[in-house]
Design a protein around this ligand. Structure first.
Ligand code: CDP
Ligand code: MG
Length: 153
């Protein structure tokens, strides 16, 4: 089992797409084990996007990501980090494959609706950045026997 962080970015909330995009992860069979509506501060944005802070486009990204509420959530499942990234698609909505979230809903390089951790180190770091341990609610869905065979772990 893996856990990964997703953010439904301000464009996603403003466009009323949060429910539809969360549904994709639910439909896939993933568990949502933590979730909250929040506003990202400039300080949190700089920590989250530390690798991009020095880039020319960072100020615009910070203005965007702090410019409205986001939904932060932890998604759990087998190979969740890779699978969620693949479901999200390439960074630009203009390049992302049809069938991915960005490919289906975004026409922008910046306003691409959803963030997902890009590896296991990032997932651990980002989960700890957005959630305290007591905010996680682990549970075993009753539907698990109909999502995969018992030897698939
Ligand atoms: O989110 P992802 O890992 O696919 O892309 P990234 O290259 O790590 O960039 C992080 C975020 O910065 C993107 O998701 C875009 O929202 C934003 N960005 C931007 O505003 N302008 C760019 N030229 C590239 C990325
Ligand atoms: Mg990235």
């Amino acid at each position: 089992m893996e856990r990964t962080l997703i953010l439904l970015k301000p464009d996603c909330i403003q466009r009323r797409l949060a429910g539809r995009i969360l549904s994709r992860f639910e439909d896939k069979g993933f568990n949502i084990v933590a979730m909250k509506l929040m506003q990202i501060t400039p300080d949190l944005a700089r920590q989250h996007y530390a690798e991009h802070v020095a880039k020319g486009w960072y100020p615009a990204l910070e203005k965007f990501i702090t410019g409205g509420p986001v939904v932060a959530a932890i998604v759990e499942g087998l190979e969740a980090i890779r699978v969620v990234r693949e479901m999200v698609g390439a960074t630009s909505g203009l390049k992302a494959a049809a069938g991915t979230i960005r490919g289906d809903y975004s026409s922008s390089r910046q306003m691409n609706l959803v963030h997902a951790s890009d590896g296991s180190e990032a997932a651990t770091r980002e989960i700890n950045l957005y959630f305290k341990p007591e905010e996680l609610v682990a549970f075993e869905p009753t539907i698990t026997p109909w999502l995969r065979a018992s030897d698939e772990t």
